[in-house]
Design a protein around this ligand. Structure first.
Ligand SMILES: Cc1ncc(COP(=O)(O)OP(=O)(O)O)c(N)n1
Ligand SMILES: Cc1nc(C(=O)O)sc1CCOP(=O)(O)O
Length: 517
C-alpha cells in the first residue's frame, strides 16, 4: 500500500446535504479542494444502493488518486474493490475484517478510550485509528461519551500509540473525529499532540457535507490544517531573563484589564490587588458581553478561578474560554481545591478540554491533581513507575518530584505552570524553571492572597510585561515577573506587620509602592 495522506479525512453523510447541492457534488467538491481521504458512511441504503453509490464515489476518488474507505461494510468494500474499510467497536472485529480484506487494504478502527487503543495496538493489525469523540456532535449521538473525550482523552490515546511505535517501530496512524470544524480545527491539532507524537489528520462530516459551499469549506479547512493556529501568534518562546523593573514599567504604561470570573470570597480583595499594581479589574459573569470585551480591548486577559463552582458558572467559564481563545487572548486558570472532590477535578478536566489555557496556577496539591489528568500520569497501583510511588501525602513530595509534576503538566497542557508555596516554581516544559522565594507566613491568614496572585499573573500577561518589547508575550517571563512582584510585596508587608489585619493593608500598600513609587 502506498503511503496514505490522512490530513483531511472526509466522512460522508447523505442526510445533511444542503438543498442547493447533491450528495455527489458535495463529495466531488471536497475531493477537488483538498480532501485527502474519503469514507463512504451510509446507514440506511440497501446493499444494492450502497454498492451503486460506492461505485460512483470510487470513480471520483480514483480520478484524484485518493483512497476510498467504506464504513462498516466489508462486503461492499470487497465488491467495489475499495481501498479500505473502517470498523467501530460494535462492528465486525478488526481481526476478522483483516482476514477478509487481506494485508493490502487499509483498515481503520474507532477508539474512544485508552483501553480500546491498547487492544488495537496489541492486535497490531489496524493501519489507522479514528479517535473520538473529541467534542459533542449532532452528527453521531450514539457515542461512548456524548460530551466528548476532549483533547485530554485524545492525548491519552496518542500516548498508547506513541509507546507502541517506540516499542515496535511500527506506526498506527491517527485522526481525531467529532465536533471538529473551522473554528476549532487548528486548536484541536495543537492540543491533541504530545511533544514527540501528533495526530496525522482530522476527520470531519458536517462542516463539509452540510456546507452550502463544500469546495470553500474544504479548501479553508485544508489551509487551517496546514497553518499555525491563529491564537498562538501571541506567544513568543524565547526567554529574555529580563529585569523585574522593566516588566513593572510595561505593566504601568499598559494599564491592562483583567477579566475575573472568580470566587465570591475573594472578589473584593482581588479587585484591590489588581488596582494596586496598576491594572484594572472587570468582574463579569454576564456571558453575553464577553465577545464585546475580547474583540475590542487590546490589553486584556481572563482569570478563571474555580473557588466557588456551580453548574451555571461552569457554562459561563466554558463560554468565556471559547471566546477568549477565539480572539487570541490569554487565560490564567486557578483550579482552586481541584483535588478536594471528584466533581471539582472533573470540572477542571472539562475546562481544560474546552480550550487552550496559557497559565495554570495552583499549590502543590492542586497541580498534583491536575497532573492526574495528563497523558503521562500512570496510576500508582499499576506496575508502571509513578512519580508519587512511595509518597503518602503531597507534603512528602521532594522538590524534584514537585518540579517533575509541574513539567509534565506544562508539557501535556502546553501551559506555563506556577506552583505556589514557601518556594514558588514557575515552570515551562523541560527547560524553563524559575524558583521564587519571599512572601510571608501572614499571607496564609488572608483569604484571597493565593487567588489574587492569579490576577497579578493575568495582568502581567495581558500587558505583555515580560521585559521584551516584542509584539508577542513571553508568558513564562511575564509569570515570573508577577510572582516576583507578589512575593517581594508580601515580604516587605510582613516586615512591618504583626497581625493579619494590618498585613492585609500593608500588602496592598506594598504592591502599590513596588509598582508606582
Ligand atoms: C475516521 C472515523 N473515525 C470514527 C468513526 C466512527 O465509526 P463507528 O464507531 O463505526 O461509528 P459509525 O461511523 O459506524 O457510526 C468513523 N466512521 N470514521
Ligand atoms: C462518524 C463519527 N464518529 C464519531 C466517533 O466519535 O467515533 S463522531 C462522528 C461524527 C462526526 O461528525 P461531525 O464532524 O459532523 O461532528
Amino acid at each position: 500500500m502506498t503511503s496514505v495522506d490522512y490530513s483531511l479525512y472526509l466522512v460522508t453523510d447523505s442526510t445533511m446535504i444542503p438543498e442547493s447541492s447533491t450528495f455527489l457534488k458535495q463529495v466531488e467538491d471536497a475531493i477537488n479542494n483538498g480532501a485527502t481521504l474519503i469514507q463512504l458512511r451510509e446507514k440506511k441504503l440497501s446493499t444494492l444502493e450502497f454498492i451503486e453509490r460506492a461505485n460512483k464515489v470510487h470513480e471520483l476518488t480514483k480520478k484524484k488518486g485518493i483512497p476510498l474507505i467504506i464504513n462498516d461494510r466489508i462486503d461492499v468494500a470487497l465488491a467495489i474493490d475499495a481501498e479500505g474499510v473502517h470498523v467501530g467497536q460494535d462492528d465486525m472485529p478488526a481481526s476478522i475484517a483483516r482476514k477478509l480484506l487481506g494485508p493490502n487494504k487499509i483498515l481503520g478502527v474507532t477508539c474512544s478510550n485508552e483501553k480500546e487503543a491498547k487492544v488495537v495496538v496489541d492486535e497490531g493489525i489496524a493501519d489507522y485509528v479514528g479517535l473520538g469523540t473529541v467534542y459533542k456532535t449532532n452528527t453521531k449521538k450514539d457515542v461512548k461519551d456524548p460530551e466528548g473525550t476532549g483533547p485530554i482523552g485524545i492525548r491519552r490515546m496518542l500516548q498508547v500509540l506513541s509507546q507502541y511505535q517506540k516499542k515496535n517501530g511500527k506506526k498506527i496512524y491517527s485522526v481525531a473525529i467529532g465536533g471538529i470544524n473551522h473554528s476549532n480545527a487548528s486548536k484541536v491539532l495543537y492540543q491533541c499532540s504530545l511533544p514527540d507524537y501528533s495526530l496525522d489528520g482530522l476527520a470531519v462530516v458536517s462542516c463539509i457535507m452540510a456546507n452550502e459551499n463544500a469546495a470553500k469549506a474544504t479548501s479553508d479547512l485544508a489551509e487551517l490544517i496546514k497553518s499555525k493556529p491563529e491564537w498562538l501568534k501571541n506567544i513568543s518562546t524565547s526567554s529574555s531573563e529580563a529585569k523585574l523593573e522593566n516588566k513593572i514599567k510595561t505593566l504601568i504604561e499598559t494599564k491592562p484589564l483583567v477579566h475575573h470570573i472568580t470566587n465570591n470570597v475573594v472578589k473584593n480583595f482581588s479587585a484591590n490587588v489588581t488596582l494596586a499594581i496598576g491594572a484594572s479589574p472587570i468582574m463579569s459573569e454576564l456571558a453575553k458581553e464577553y465577545e464585546e470585551f475580547a474583540s475590542a480591548i487590546p490589553s486584556l486577559a481572563l482569570l478563571v478561578n474555580l473557588g466557588t463552582p456551580s453548574n451555571d458558572l461552569m457554562d459561563i467559564f466554558k463560554h468565556a474560554i471559547r471566546v477568549y481563545n477565539k480572539y487570541g487572548k490569554h487565560i490564567v486558570f486557578d483550579p482552586v481545591a481541584c483535588g478536594a472532590s471528584k466533581e471539582r477535578l472533573e470540572s477542571s478536566r472539562q475546562l481544560l478540554n474546552t480550550g487552550q489555557i496559557s497559565v495554570i496556577k495552583g499549590n502543590v496539591g492542586e497541580i498534583s491533581s491536575i497532573w492526574k489528568l495528563t497523558s503521562t500520569y500512570q496510576k500508582p497501583s499499576g506496575d508502571e513507575k509513578s512519580l508519587m510511588q512511595g509518597v503518602d501525602s503531597i507534603a512528602e513530595l521532594s522538590e524534584e518530584q514537585i518540579v517533575q509534576i509541574g513539567r509534565e503538566v506544562s508539557i501535556d497542557f502546553k501551559v506555563v505552570v506556577v506552583i505556589t508555596g514557601v518556594t514558588n516554581y514557575v515552570i515551562e516544559g523541560l527547560d524553563s524553571l524559575q524558583k521564587v522565594k519571599g512572601g510571608h507566613p501572614l499571607m496564609g491568614y488572608i483569604t484571597g492572597t493565593g487567588c489574587s496572585l492569579g490576577s497579578t499573573i493575568a495582568a502581567f500577561v495581558a500587558a505583555k510585561a515580560d521585559g521584551t518589547s516584542k509584539p508577542t508575550v513571553n508568558i513564562f517571563d511575564a509569570a515570573v515577573g508577577a510572582v516576583e512582584l507578589y512575593n517581594i510585596a508580601g515580604f516587605k508587608a510582613g516586615e512591618v506587620s504583626k497581625t493579619p489585619g494590618t498585613f492585609m493593608t500593608n500588602f496592598i500598600d506594598q504592591l502599590y509602592s513596588c509598582t508606582h513609587i
